[in-house]
Design a protein around this ligand. Structure first.
Ligand SMILES: Nc1ncnc2c1ncn2[C@@H]1O[C@H](COP(=O)(O)OP(=O)(O)OP(=O)(O)O)[C@@H](O)[C@H]1O
Ligand SMILES: [Mg+2]
Length: 227
């Protein structure tokens, strides 16, 4: 199966911030959606999620910060039950032990509120919730930018390992090419509300065709960083 959208666009305050965009996303693929700040990555991510959900696909979203996904007044157990309920699953039926094991969520007290957990563990918990029900696609919007580099790298490694062999496709939105380059087989480059270049990761890094891709690949020495 391939996830497919066509003619996605967005206008805000009379300005076109996403020009008509069509995409084909095969299952199992891992794609990096990259581009400078304000190029329209999050806008495309949201438009894509809305369109695919309207088509009946299951699409999970992981925001930049766990604060956006977790209510500080609710326990972690409450959030987990809410995620199950949203998917129409009976409480306690998701494979919590499997997901917690895969994402190394260890020793966390589920009766605590988010601030009783470390930031890294909160974000891994948010990713685990997103993976309940094996979605067709998981869209992660700058998922580790609020974490320190070592925790960020470990989180991406755990997610990559978990997704290996699964049908769930992944779109990793980031302006950190170092984070994307090692974990995605394809890159989509955005510039000023348009998808200007797509292709295999190494092709875009080695032979960028557009100004935006060239600007990103110029910084490919970032790839030596651990995250
Ligand atoms: N609700 C809105 N009203 C007006 N302009 C908006 C709105 N949302 C986004 N924009 C503008 O649209 C453009 C794209 O925004 P978007 O958040 O998609 O970029 P981005 O690539 O995700 O950036 P970043 O890397 O900083 O997260 C930006 O110029 C932004 O200011
Ligand atoms: Mg964004």
């Amino acid at each position: 199966m391939t996830l497919s959208v066509s003619g996605l666009s967005a206008v805000r305050s009379g300005r076109t911030i996403l020009h008509p965009t069509s995409l084909e996303i095969p299952l199992q693929i891992r794609i990096g959606l990259v581009g400078s700040s304000g190029s329209g990555k999050s806008t495309l991510g949201h438009a894509l999620i809305d369109d695919l959900r309207a088509q009946g696909h299951t699409v999970a979203h992981v925001p930049q910060s766990p604060d956006e996904a977790l209510d500080p007044l609710r326990s972690m157990a409450f959030h987990w039950r809410e995620a199950e309920t949203a998917l129409g699953l009976p409480p306690g039926s998701a494979d919590q032990a499997g997901l917690f094991g895969a994402l190394k969520i260890e020793g966390g007290d589920l009766s605590k509120r988010p601030w009783g957990w470390s930031r890294g563990m909160q974000q891994r918990f948010v990713i685990a919730m997103a993976l309940i029900g094996n979605p067709d696609l998981i869209v992660l919007d700058e998922p580790t930018s609020a974490l320190d580099p070592v925790v960020a790298a470990a989180t991406m490694e755990l997610l990559s390992a978990f997704l290996t062999g699964k049908d769930t496709a992944m779109i990793l939105i980031t302006h950190d090419l170092g984070l994307a380059a090692r974990r995605v087989e394809r890159l989509m480059v955005m510039d000023a509300g348009r998808l200007v270049e797509t292709g295999r990761t190494e092709d875009i890094l080695e032979r960028p065709k557009t100004r935006a891709a060239n600007a990103l690949s110029t910084h490919r020495n970032w790839m030596v960083l651990p995250c």
